[in-house]
Write a protein of this length. Structure first.
Length: 216
């Protein structure tokens, strides 16, 4: 792993060895640690950013991890295991896996809502997005059908929309979360009576809360 000084746009003289096939990284909200996916050994490496040294040994997760994300409060890291159709939840206080969550086929990317209540996972081969409740570390309902081979996604800063890039469909799918919808399905801002604010409205592949835009 290389560290670039943003003041000089220069990389450090020597890359930091973290493990085989380092493929994705997330940084804690306080800027103290980085969590690096090393796909070659099915692990997550932890780096102290004040010393640029590894902390402890690699954290074993699932098969061929790819995407990684951290919650806004820094308490959990989620690593997406493409080879085992799962997501590993890591407690950052202990650097230990506390849950393994089954999702769809060949998951690749993950994004956490701004309020930290939910995480969204692209299931590339299934053409779906799974939604994880971070309080229970369980997948909610049915996965949301999107375009062909979703590969990346992002949550809007207000948490109202999730945008999914479908690599082999030349499209972006837009998922509206429950905080944008009233009980009757209208568009509103605010908290539904019995739902957490970022919980998605789409529970089935036929939900009208998914929109797709194609680019030609």
């Amino acid at each position: 792993m290389s560290v670039i000084d943003t003041a000089t746009s220069q990389a450090g003289a020597k890359p930091i060895k973290v493990g085989p096939y380092a493929s994705s990284i997330t940084i804690s909200p306080d800027g103290q640690r980085a969590y690096v996916v090393t796909s070659g050994n099915g692990s997550v490496a932890v780096l102290d950013l004040t010393t640029n040294r590894l902390v402890g040994g690699p954290i074993k997760v699932g098969s061929y991890p790819e995407g990684i994300a951290i919650t806004p409060d820094g308490s959990r890291v989620y690593a997406v295991n493409s080879g085992s159709d799962s997501v590993s939840a890591i407690d950052t206080a202990t650097d230990a896996v506390v849950a393994t969550i089954k999702v769809g086929r060949a998951p690749t990317a993950i994004a956490v809502a701004p309020d930290g209540a939910h995480a969204y996972v692209t299931n590339t081969r299934a053409g779906t997005v799974s939604v994880i409740d971070t309080a229970t570390n369980e997948a909610e309902g049915r996965a949301i059908k999107v375009g062909r081979d979703p590969l990346a996604l992002a949550v809007a800063p207000d948490g109202d929309r999730v945008y999914v890039a479908n690599i082999h469909d030349d499209s972006v799918s837009v998922i509206r979360t429950r905080r944008t919808r009233s009980p009757r399905g209208g568009s509103v801002r605010g908290r539904p009576r019995s739902r957490s604010p970022s919980a998605p409205t789409a529970d089935t592949s036929t939900s009208p809360t998914r929109e797709t835009t194609r680019f030609r």
